[in-house]
Design a protein around this ligand. Sequence first.
Ligand SMILES: Nc1ncnc2c1ncn2[C@@H]1O[C@H](COP(=O)(O)OP(=O)(O)OP(=O)(O)O)[C@@H](O)[C@H]1O
Length: 246
Amino acid sequence: MSSARTGTPSSHSEKVVIEVEELSKSFGSRVLWRGVNFTVSQGEMLALIGPSGSGKSTLLNCLGLLDRPTTGVIRYQGDDITRFGRGRIRRFRRDTLGYLFQHYALIENATVQENLEVAIGPRRRRQDSDVPGIAEALDRVGLAGRDKERIHHLSGGEQQRVALARLLVQRPTLVLADEPTGALDDVNTNAVIDILRELSRAGCAVVLATHDAGVRDRCDTVFAVHESSFATIPAREVASPTPAPH
Ligand SMILES: Nc1ncnc2c1ncn2[C@@H]1O[C@H](COP(=O)(O)OP(=O)(O)OP(=O)(O)O)[C@@H](O)[C@H]1O
């Protein structure tokens, strides 16, 4: 099964970044999901939805090589990443992936600047005029001038914004985001999704897990983990749940 699309912002001609084929995950005798099939292309934002405990985070962890599926294949640009050895896993994480996970994976004792320098790495992608430098990325997330502060002195929301700035300077090919707006108000939710959309417009494939219908509706495609025998469908065709009567 492949992802259906709304037609914006990318077209069918975009390159497929991730292909998931017949993936399953079990913990002991408990099957979390099976028959999971979807693709994610350059420029596409895919929302993983499903009730709490349905396995959205576990699926993201499999895509990010933090966990292994029980069966099935995950291809990145044609290569089965579930068969990667340690070296290729390390390079895949460093060169390809951007994480926006609940604990942000920042270096707590280092400064904001140092965290972003680590993300840029030795290849100095700052020379690419389309990729923002550290000062511009911090400005973009509302943390201008905070580069010398240590991560552990920042609030949870500020740390999340550093993680967003990290994505901007890193410009990964694939962004995995687990409940990126879980604890945020509407204004900050929109700001986070704007940045993820900016990355997708620049060619990143974005896969995010969310319980928020507003976030889901801003994605191009939706995959319902708890109904994983269904194909992905365009976000706009997913009906919002009827509010419970008061
Ligand atoms: N290492 C593990 N061993 C056993 N069970 C696990 C393990 N990791 C996750 N699980 C179980 O898998 C189920 C799915 O967890 P997961 O966090 O992927 O769900 P989720 O859909 O992301 O939930 P939420 O929306 O609440 O964040 C849970 O019941 C969890 O306890």
